[in-house]
Design a protein around this ligand. Structure first.
Ligand code: BG6
Length: 476
């Protein structure tokens, strides 16, 4: 629908930003924390930096929270590091790790900033990985349950919004990149077994949250990339629906309807895949009623038909930051992705498409009728400190303005959206581009090549966002 006036946001709308533990904290060997798989994984991606320091939020969280408060934040989405809470298999939680998150939560509460907490954002403890071969062995379910229950007991008196597993769909779709896949040769079938175990962990977290946190609400965090058909060719429409199923809808249907949908059951049958469902599993999943969807959305994709006789092609993402360095996937008989002639692209070949966020919110609302919050949305770029000592990031401001405006239109369209948390508050470690690909509202003075003083420099986008949120979305 077209509206004559700018969109209006609900009175108690929560505005904030987002991060994850391994990308922002640093202090990887301090106060009892042991290694996570992502520490090792991110080191492999050198020449980019590893996560031993990143933004040093572990030591500077007070300064960071103060900057959030000055900007007028009403929410902050962050994650808890599993190896900080359980550094080993002893079953004894690490008090120093608990203390850090208590301090962070209390600091946020001091400024009336609502904590929105992710339980798992890619940082599985190495001891868990070794004991259970990552997510491959069902033994992980009990350990995950033990960890999340500790989080709920320790922090549930103050944290009321919980998120289960960050981008489970992306971890399965990009298993190798995110360190979940252990054997490329058998991943085609293994991924569904791994995914089922993750679903059981998600279900356990939902059940435990409702049991242990008074007034607690919990939801999943899909990484959402809306898929458009390339043309009005009906076959392209079906291809877009196939891509939507195999990258998003299968997960979202499971979370919301608590069963595997007909599409994936046919896909498994057609491909002789056994997803490893055991007696009692679906009864457990059935009990895990989510309260909302947390959505990470940066871009859109475009799909067209792919003949069954085409050669399959894996998705090779652009990790270099030089435009044109990606290879789109081909899934014969289902879909292939392609460039969209109607949108611009970032240096990493990510579609710059503000309408995607409106489309996504409309789609998720229409399918599931659950409240939604945005937990990631942002613009990664090579920012620099100018000779005037400031960081001018007009492209980020334009990106955010357009995206937030479209979110506002979705709200006007009737979608229930309760919070917006852009990625990211400070610059932090990117999944594949170290500190070079910066998303923050606040610049962190360091580089991949050289550790500098880590000074916080609010960028132009920080001031712009602050102005917008202090007016509850009136000052564009
Ligand atoms: C999201 C992840 O998918 O994308 C974040 O949840 C990640 O952890 C973000 O940092 C941006 O991706 P990248 O590769 O640019 O860091």
């Amino acid at each position: 629908m077209y509206y004559k006036n700018d969109p209006l946001f609900p009175k108690n709308f929560m505005w904030g930003a987002s991060s994850s533990a391994w990308q922002v904290e640093g202090a990887v060997n301090e106060d009892g924390r042991t290694s996570a798989i992502i520490d090792i994984n991110s080191k492999k991606k050198k020449p980019y930096t590893d996560n031993s320091i990143t933004a040093d939020h572990y030591h500077r969280y007070k300064e960071d929270v103060k900057l959030m408060a000055e900007a007028g934040f009403s929410s902050y989405r962050f994650s808890i590091s599993w190896p900080r809470i359980y550094p080993d298999a002893s079953g004894v939680p690490n008090q120093k790790g608990i203390e850090f998150y208590n301090n962070l939560i209390n600091e946020l509460k001091k400024y009336n900033i609502e904590p929105i907490v992710t339980l798992y954002h890619y940082d599985m403890p190495v001891w868990v990985d070794e004991m259970f071969n990552g997510w491959y062995d069902r033994g992980i379910i009990e350990k995950f349950d033990e960890y999340v229950r500790t989080c709920f007991r320790e922090f549930g008196d103050r944290v009321k919004y919980w998120l289960s597993i960050n981008e489970q769909n992306m971890q399965i779709c990009y298993g190798e990149w995110l360190g979940v896949c252990k054997n490329k040769d058998t991943w085609f079938e293994d991924k569904w077994k791994v995914n089922h175990i993750m679903n059981l962990c998600h279900a356990k977290a939902v059940i435990a949250c409702h049991e242990l946190v008074e007034g607690g609400k919990i939801g999943p965090v899909p990484g959402y990339v809306p898929i458009y058909p390339y043309s009005a060719n009906p076959e392209d429409q079906i291809a877009a629906m196939n891509a939507e199923e195999l990258t998003e809808k299968v997960w979202n249907d499971l979370y919301a309807h608590r069963k595997y949908n007909g599409f994936i059951q046919s896909y498994w049958k057609e491909n002789n895949i056994n997803p490893g469902i055991q007696e009692g599993d679906m009864e457990l999943i059935e009990q895990a009623k989510i309260d909302f969807f947390a959505l990470n959305c940066y871009r859109s994709n475009t799909a067209k038909a792919c003949d069954i006789n085409e050669e399959p092609q894996e998705y090779l993402l652009n990790k270099s930051g030089v435009k044109g360095n990606l290879i789109f996937p081909k899934v014969p008989g289902l879909y292939q992705l392609t460039y969209n002639p109607f949108v611009e692209y970032t240096d990493w070949d990510w579609e710059i498409d503000p309408v995607a966020i409106r489309y996504m919110l409309r789609y998720v609302w229409d399918h599931y009728q659950l409240p939604m919050m945005i937990t990631e949305n942002g613009y990664g770029a090579y920012d620099k400190v100018s000779p005037d000592g400031k960081v001018h990031d007009p492209e980020r401001i334009k990106f955010l303005r357009d995206q937030i405006y479209q979110m506002g239109l979705a709200i006007m369209d009737g979608c229930e959206v309760i919070s917006y948390n852009l990625w990211s508050f400070t610059d932090l470690l990117s999944t594949g581009n170290g500190m070079a690909k910066r998303y923050g509202l606040v610049y962190i003075n360091t580089t991949d090549e050289e550790l500098l003083d880590l000074k916080r420099i609010p960028k132009d986008s920080y001031y712009w966002y602050s102005n917008l949120i202090k007016s509850n979305g009136r000052n564009w």
